[in-house]
Design a protein around this ligand. Structure first.
Ligand code: HEC
Ligand code: HEC
Length: 406
């Protein structure tokens, strides 16, 4: 059979009066020049974020563009500075825990991105906890706290950790009792609150005030790039930013200055029906649509806080591979057909089939969110009372540390 070339077909089509011929014309010299000068990704992303290429967002997602974090406007009057200093001391002070050996800083270590580098933390008596410790960076800007969002304020969050038998294993009463025996703490409370009454709300408020100072500082390559330094991100990181906003679909959940939608999603990691089962947000709301949902974490400084996810089971390459595959989909086993607690993976997750280069670029972009290292010196802690064993609320013997220097 005779084969028609495209050209012949077009002539034939024209002769028959058809308009359907769409053979590309050879590019005009002007078009060739235009293609050569088409703005590069770097050029397109060097514009202000509202002029960036359109993001790939599904219907129903309340997208907020990525961008810099607003500078803190907190006034630094002497009393609020004293409150932050007091909160910092409390954050580092293991003497207020039930064992006398565990401080907030044990699991939120400034040298480890304010996390602890472990799959899951060691709790009271070195028992492993069920979840991975998140960083406290920017927690002052989060509407809900914990992976399942069970605390709404930093004060409530801190009290829950103190009272958790698996974590700090103490009580508000015992903390106040311990702190009240320290002349040094009484002075710190007086400087922070105007009088030396040591109360639980003041204690929690001071810790929250310190945590609120642990904020992103605009030092990341991404922040500098958005602020106008065109060379702050390399080509890989810029491609990664583009993929993050488009093909890889990350911005459907990780958006806004903190790269989180402050919402909860099921990524298929609840290990339903297995030993490590964790139903996440459902445990708080008892709403079956929340089964397996966890809070979208901020990705600022994320490269410093491996391992990842609420269960701490993945490294960064593992996370990106999982997203590329669209995450695992649970199959219902016999007997689970009508089970209302069977988790439903988020429809925002799709198979992405990212190439090796695209995965590398995404990781390069996550590295561009890395911030200047903060060396937070453990503060000098107020002295305890002279050595005297005190009986705590639980009737346990609480030995007050009297080591020199503390
Ligand atoms: C034994 C380790 C450990 C100690 C001690 C500890 N934390 Fe945590 N922290 C964790 C873990 C694990 C989580 C996540 C738990 C969850 O989501 O159920 C967490 C979560 C948090 C969060 C929520 C972060 C977010 O993004 O939602 C804040 C804030 C926090 N801790 C502050 C503190 C403060 C303040 C103290 C001291 C009063 C403290 N932590 C003591 C391990 C610890
Ligand atoms: C459907 C919403 C959604 C999408 C889309 C999404 N994420 Fe996530 N991301 C989450 C949630 C929720 C978690 C926590 C899940 C958990 O622990 O069970 C998370 C966790 C992470 C973590 C671990 C952070 C930590 O501190 O443990 C990284 C890294 C991450 N996502 C990167 C990405 C990248 C890169 C993309 C795009 C390829 C992406 N995410 C797409 C919702 C999403």
């Amino acid at each position: 059979m005779m084969r028609l070339s495209n050209h012949c077909f077009c002539l034939l089509a024209a002769a028959l009066g058809l308009q359907a011929c769409s053979v590309p014309e050879p590019a005009s010299p002007a078009a060739v020049v235009a293609a050569a000068t088409e703005p590069s990704l770097r050029d397109r992303y060097s514009r202000s974020p509202q002029d960036w290429p359109a993001a790939t967002i599904d219907a129903g997602v309340a997208f907020v563009e990525l961008g810099p974090i607003e500078k803190s406007t907190q006034p630094a009057d002497p009393q609020s500075t004293a409150r932050v200093d007091l909160g910092k001391a409390l954050f580092f002070d293991a003497r207020i825990s039930g064992s006398g050996h565990m401080a907030c800083a044990s699991c939120h270590d400034a040298d480890l991105g304010f996390a602890d580098g472990r799959t899951t933390s060691f709790g009271h008596g070195f028992q492993p906890l069920r979840r991975n410790a998140p960083s406290i960076l920017n927690v002052g800007s989060l509407p809900t706290l914990f992976w399942d969002g069970r605390a709404k304020t930093l004060e409530d969050q801190a009290l829950m950790v103190f009272e958790n038998a698996d974590e700090m294993h103490t009580s508000g009463g015992a903390i106040v009792e311990t702190l009240s025996q320290s002349q040094g703490y009484r002075e710190r409370f007086a400087a922070a609150y105007g009088d030396d009454a040591i109360t639980l709300p003041r204690t929690l408020q001071a810790i929250a005030a310190f945590e609120a100072t642990v904020r992103s500082d605009g030092s990341s390559a991404f922040d500098r790039f958005v602020a106008g330094d065109r060379e702050a991100m390399d080509d890989d990181a810029i491609l990664g930013l583009h993929l993050f906003r488009t093909k890889a679909r990350c911005v459907n959940c990780h958006h806004g200055p903190l790269l989180t939608d402050h919402s909860f999603h099921d990524l298929g990691l609840s290990y339903y029906g297995r030993e490590l089962e964790d139903l996440g947000r459902y445990r708080v709301t008892k709403d079956t649509k929340d089964v397996g949902r966890f809070k979208t974490p901020s990705l600022r400084n994320v490269t410093r806080t491996a391992p990842y996810m609420h269960n701490g089971l993945f490294d960064l390459a593992g996370v990106v591979n999982m997203y590329s595959a669209g995450m695992a989909t649970l199959r219902k086993k016999a007997g689970q057909e009508g089970d209302p607690l069977f988790p439903t993976k988020s429809p925002l997750l799709k198979r992405l089939d990212l190439s090796v280069d695209e995965k590398r670029a995404l990781i390069a972009f996550l590295h561009a969110l890395e911030e200047r290292r903060r060396r937070v010196r453990p503060p000098k802690l107020p002295r305890s009372a002279p050595h005297k064993p005190a009986v705590s609320m639980h009737g346990r013997l609480l030995l007050l540390a009297t080591t020199s220097g503390v």
